[in-house]
Design a protein around this ligand. Structure first.
Ligand SMILES: [Fe+2]
Length: 300
């Protein structure tokens, strides 16, 4: 059966300084501003209508993750499965008027996920302007006190497939229909349900050099990287944006085409010290990276 979810749709974040957050996403990542209303801004890095959605709020938090289905009937199936699993359906009204059909579900530790029909491709694929200009929004990495329970609920309801996990489910990576090693990751955190990071896909290794230089020009630094993750085989570098979210930039993520792929079970080592899983190039994560956390809006 075709996977219910095809790819990441968008990430919606609450931010206290909307104008500052928009400026940061334009100047550093290099996303383009699609539309700005008094309380909400839409940004995209390609032809898709919106990938990063910023809402004005009292403080920074994870508002919602959009996961894209290819067919309206998949939205209905997700809603059926959510009801069967006893999860709360928050809304069946799409969060944006350009989205045809959607259902928003609250998962066990407060993550709200909107399964929605495709974001319209109604913009020019390329644009002028500052920043690095990523190719698209690539994945999210959530946090949970009990990641195994949240991950299993997401696989059961959304049809995500497990690509890899650690022995004790401290870290798990799940893929969608586009086969990317992970579209949704989830990590154990004593803080509970939230967001660890979200990620833009870069086109070329030279983009990582430019990222470091652009941050340096603003007297800022990378939080970790560049390096290459063992899980996902992707190149990475991380920074913290103006609103306090951890942003990953990535390239070359592993593609898993085999629907019967057996998930890998890996041992990350104490405090993520196993280089082969964490960073094959050797540098281990900083404390700032390890401890990063933004709460879910529903719990904050
Ligand atoms: Fe990541």
């Amino acid at each position: 059966m075709e996977p219910l979810i095809h790819r990441l749709g968008y990430i919606a974040l609450n931010v206290s300084d909307l104008e500052g957050a928009v400026e940061d996403a334009r100047q550093i990542a290099g996303a383009a501003l699609v539309a700005q209303a008094p309380d909400r801004a839409l940004l995209s890095s390609n032809a898709r209508h919106a990938e990063l959605i910023l809402h004005r709020a009292d403080h920074s938090s994870l508002r919602c993750i959009g996961l894209e289905t290819l067919h309206p009937e998949n939205v209905d199936e997700v809603a059926r499965r959510a009801q069967d699993a006893g999860l709360t359906i928050i809304s069946d009204t799409p969060s944006l008027p350009v989205i045809e059909r959607a259902v928003s579900i609250a998962f066990p530790e407060g993550h709200v996920i909107e399964a929605h029909t495709p974001m319209p491709r109604d913009r020019a694929p390329r644009y002028a302007g500052p920043g690095i200009h990523p190719r698209y929004l690539d994945h999210v990495n959530l946090t949970a006190r009990d990641p195994a329970t949240s991950a299993q609920a997401m696989m059961q309801v959304l049809g995500l497939k497990l690509s890899e996990r650690t022995q004790g489910w401290e870290l798990a990576w799940m893929r969608a229909g586009d086969g990317r090693h992970h579209t949704v990751g989830i990590a154990k955190s004593p803080e509970g349900g939230g967001l660890h990071h979200y990620s833009w896909e870069f086109a070329d290794f030279a983009d990582f050099k430019r990222l470091g230089d652009v941050l340096d020009a603003q007297d800022r630094t990378l939080v970790w990287g560049p390096g290459r993750h063992g899980a996902g085989d992707n190149i990475f570098a991380y920074y913290v944006d103006a609103a306090g979210f951890l942003v990953e930039t990535t390239a070359e993520m592993e593609i898993i085409a085999d629907p019967h792929f057996q998930p890998r079970i890996v041992e990350p080592g104490e405090n993520l010290s196993n280089y082969k899983v964490v960073n094959r190039w050797g540098q281990l994560p900083s404390h700032a990276w390890l401890n990063h956390f933004n709460a879910c809006a529903i719990l904050s």
